[in-house]
Design a binder for this molecule. Structure first.
Ligand SMILES: Cc1ncc(COP(=O)(O)O)c(C=O)c1O
Length: 398
């Protein structure tokens, strides 16, 4: 007999709420922050350098520039790419708004390419279809942590010569065909927001193999100010001298956050292993359930998932996404939705973007939800999520 979901009058699978994500902070993380509080530097101190070094080790990139958050990372990457008014930047609509907003920050125009209906990542064929002589950059997002189709994007880059920025806000720990994501695109941006695999509360970084981009990123992280005489226009008149040679915001990050991120990075292998095990267990449990589709892996991606997405197939389940979301909430499991197509937002509507631009993305949005999946979940939490999804899909499936 199929167990009744709480939404149909059954007993909830748990009595305490489980949210879709939660950070994991241990004593080593706390001590790392406390040590900075006892030290001489609260910002731009030794942990910036050591954390950047660690990021290079993890991503395989030659250079890393820590900054305030993933949005700042995208902004300085767009500046370093030389984007200006009149340039176009192609990105996906199934992302956080910052992936497109970085074009607007520098006066350029975001152009939305559609997603692959199975991996939910930007579809290289759609990128190709949107390339014009104004295309200056592509921002590809490793959605939910799985790599974009790097070979296909690199082939387009080779042919059309755009700057390839990978929005790797979800991707830390993932590799593509043996290369860590972060060592592949011209620049890869990272986010250390509280829900991400590695957190600093807030925080971000750009990693790159290019010395030229690296120099620019350093400048754009801090007001366009340099202390490097080689970059100055005037001769320094003393050791205090610095010069502003461009206009940029203050996107520095504190040493407190850098120390926390560095400490968290020490746990990346254990975070990755546990997340992979949870995803494998969920995939196995959900594969055969009626009306549910799970995210298809990009070929070549060895993925550390940041999000676990379920998509409903309306032909085989009698409730819609909102009802499924509510049914999970009645089980005390609080889901989320990633993401509303960016061009649906009023800001973009007012710029002239219309619904219907990217049909796969819009279908994805209307049928998908994000269920809890994160390192700090207990085995019982994982089992509860699986039981709740199984109850609901079995009961309403057809
Ligand atoms: C895909 C994507 N890009 C960019 C960002 C921006 O990162 P942050 O929140 O650190 O500014 C996020 C974070 O939510 C994200 O998920």
């Amino acid at each position: 007999m199929i167990e009744k979901p709480a939404a149909a009058g059954g007993t909830p699978v748990r009595d305490r709420k489980l949210y879709y994500s939660h950070q994991y902070i241990d004593e080593a993380d706390i001590q790392a922050v406390v040590d900075v509080l006892h030290s001489d530097y609260l910002t731009t101190g030794p942990h910036i350098t050591s954390c950047e070094k660690k990021l290079c080790e993890v991503t395989g990139a030659k250079y890393a520039v820590l900054c305030a958050n993933g949005t700042a990372a995208l902004h300085i990457a767009a500046m370093a790419a030389g984007l200006h008014e009149g340039d176009e930047l192609i990105t996906t609509p199934i992302t956080f708004a910052a992936s497109a907003n970085c074009a607007r920050y520098v006066g350029a125009t975001p152009v939305f390419a559609d997603i692959d209906p199975d991996t939910y990542n930007i579809d290289p064929a759609s990128i190709k279809a949107h390339i014009t002589d104004k295309t200056k950059a592509v921002v590809a997002v490793d959605f939910g942590g799985q790599s974009v189709d790097e070979d296909a994007i690199l082939a387009l880059k080779e042919k059309y010569g755009f700057v390839y920025i990978e929005d790797g806000a979800h991707v830390i720990g993932t590799s593509y065909k043996g290369r860590p994501n972060g060592s592949i695109a011209d620049m890869t941006t990272l986010s250390f927001h509280a829900v991400k695999t590695i957190t600093g509360g807030e925080g971000g970084a750009v990693v790159t193999n290019s010395e030229e981009y690296y120099e620019k990123l350093l400048l754009y992280r801090t007001h366009g100010i340099t202390r490097d005489p080689a970059l100055m226009e005037h001769t320094p008149d003393g050791p205090w001298y610095y010069e502003q040679v461009a206009l940029a915001p203050n996107y520095r990050i504190t040493d407190l956050q850098a120390a926390l991120i560095e400490s968290q990075l020490n746990k990346l292998p254990q975070f990755a292993a546990r997340k992979k095990a949870i995803v494998a267990k969920m995939d196995a449990a959900f594969q055969a359930l009626p009306g549910l589709k799970i995210q298809k892996e990009t070929e070549g991606s060895d993925t550390v998932r940041h999000l676990y997405i379920l998509q409903l197939d309306p032909e085989h389940i009698s409730i819609d996404r909102a009802q499924f979301f509510d049914a999970m909430a009645k089980e005390n499991i609080i889901c989320n939705v990633h993401y509303i197509p960016v061009y649906w937002f009023p800001y973009y509507e007012k710029l002239g973007y219309k619904r219907g631009l990217c049909p796969n993305a819009e279908y994805y949005y209307e049928h998908s939800l994000t269920i809890p999946m994160y390192y700090a979940m207990t085995d019982q939490d994982v089992d509860d999520v699986i039981t709740a999804v199984t109850k609901i899909a079995s009961y309403y499936g057809r």
